[in-house]
Design a protein around this ligand. Structure first.
Ligand SMILES: NC(=O)c1ccc[n+]([C@@H]2O[C@H](COP(=O)([O-])OP(=O)(O)OC[C@H]3O[C@@H](n4cnc5c(N)ncnc54)[C@H](O)[C@@H]3O)[C@@H](O)[C@H]2O)c1
Ligand SMILES: [Zn+2]
Length: 348
């Protein structure tokens, strides 16, 4: 078991370990003496892990009730936020109580957003049960839901009070969803540097899960501590995401996020090399590592079909897009590209 402290505006601990889900009660009790909790989870996770969590909380004297949402991205909606807020209000949840998010990124983003909004902010805890949530969404304090107009368009910055990551829970995941998390871990390795990247190249990730999660979280915390409110450095975490988001949107969200980001990372590394900003060796290493874990590396659509989506990327700053370019493993650069130059930069 390993504890990392996040030194954001309000510090919190991230605890990573194997088989630790049933041991969180006392730690949580010490954070919220006298508090009660609403556990938010989805209908896939509920039959697997809700009882284990409830037992440890009840043994520690923490009263709890569950709010169960249908699994899937559609649940990250304002309708479900409203239902959850009404649920909290009907149970007279107060500011000394807290929300516990037990699930993947959908549950974490939704529960965190409800926690940020209810009574103008109550605490929440993240218990990430997917690899993607463990390495990415549970840390950093970005919460939110999708609007009909687009993904993640409504949200709030709200840091959790604790992240409790039992990576044993990831063993029940669908392998395709698990590999979405691997793609994000590989992205972190490209950003972080040679030590982490070569660990993934030479060792079996499945035998080093704790180290992998720790590396990703440390990288994310370092970047977030420099840019809690996402105005600069944090955009490095978007490596592969500009093209990745376009692939997801072009596929009508049939292609999962991690798979789209995998293709997006190779594409941007290739474009960087073609423009003389990096060498092709960097692209090849990223592609080979993704392939090693069964992730796709070829663009599923011609790049000219993706540029209209890229030009509308919500992370655009005015008429300039900030692309994250991998120059080498551990060395990425933010390159501002005027929207009208995207096509020529992409060599279309
Ligand atoms: N807040 C952030 O910084 C941030 C960062 C990255 C991604 N996200 C968001 O995270 C979401 C994606 O997260 P995700 O990939 O975890 O998706 P998810 O929460 O939808 O989980 C994927 C699937 O796995 C199931 N599941 C979860 N845990 C399981 C387990 N232990 N065993 C079996 N099945 C399990 C879920 O029910 C779901 O069907 C997206 O909405 C994305 O926008 C947020
Ligand atoms: Zn991502």
């Amino acid at each position: 078991m390993k504890t990392i402290t996040a030194s954001t505006s309000r510090p919190y601990d991230i605890v990573i370990g194997q088989g630790i889900l049933g041991q969180c009660g006392d730690v949580i009790q010490s954070l919220f003496p006298g508090g009660e909790t609403v556990i938010v989870t989805d209908d896939n996770v509920e039959p697997l892990y809700l009882d284990i969590l409830k037992r440890t909380l009840e043994e520690a004297g923490i009263g709890c009730v569950a709010f169960i949402i249908p699994n899937g991205e559609e649940s990250k909606s304002m309708d479900i936020v409203e239902e959850l807020l009404e649920f909290l209000a009907k149970r007279n949840v107060t500011r000394t109580d807290f929300i516990t998010a037990l699930g993947g990124g959908v549950v974490g983003d939704l529960a965190g957003f409800a926690a940020a909004a209810y009574l103008r902010g109550i605490p929440y805890i993240q218990i990430p049960t997917t690899l993607l949530a463990a390495v990415d969404s549970s840390v950093g304090g970005k919460t939110g839901v999708n609007l009909k107009s687009g993904k993640n368009l409504a949200g709030a910055f709200h840091q959790p009070s604790l992240v409790w990551c039992d990576y044993d829970t990831h063993k029940t995941m669908d392998p395709e969803r698990y590999s979405d998390g691997i793609a994000e871990a590989i992205k972190c390795a490209v950003l972080k540097g040679e030590d982490f990247f070569s660990l993934l190249e030479t060792e079996n990730l499945y035998k080093h899960v704790e180290e992998v999660i720790e590396n990703c979280i440390r990288l994310k915390l370092r970047i977030v501590s420099e840019d809690e409110f996402d105005t600069g450095r944090r955009q490095f975490l978007n490596l592969g995401h500009t093209i990745g988001h376009a692939i997801e949107a072009r596929s009508g969200y049939e292609i999962p996020h991690g798979h789209a980001v995998a293709c997006g990372m190779v594409a941007i590394a290739d474009i960087a090399a073609t423009n003389g900003l990096a060498d092709f060796d960097c692209r090849d290493r990223i592609a080979n590592l993704l392939k090693r874990y069964g992730l796709p590396t070829e663009l599923p659509y011609p790049i000219e079909e993706l540029t209209p989506y890229i030009e509308n990327d919500k992370k655009r700053f005015g008429s300039t897009l900030r692309l994250i370019i991998p120059e080498n493993i551990g060395h990425c650069r933010m390159v501002p590209i005027p929207v009208e130059e995207i096509s020529s930069f992409f060599h279309i």
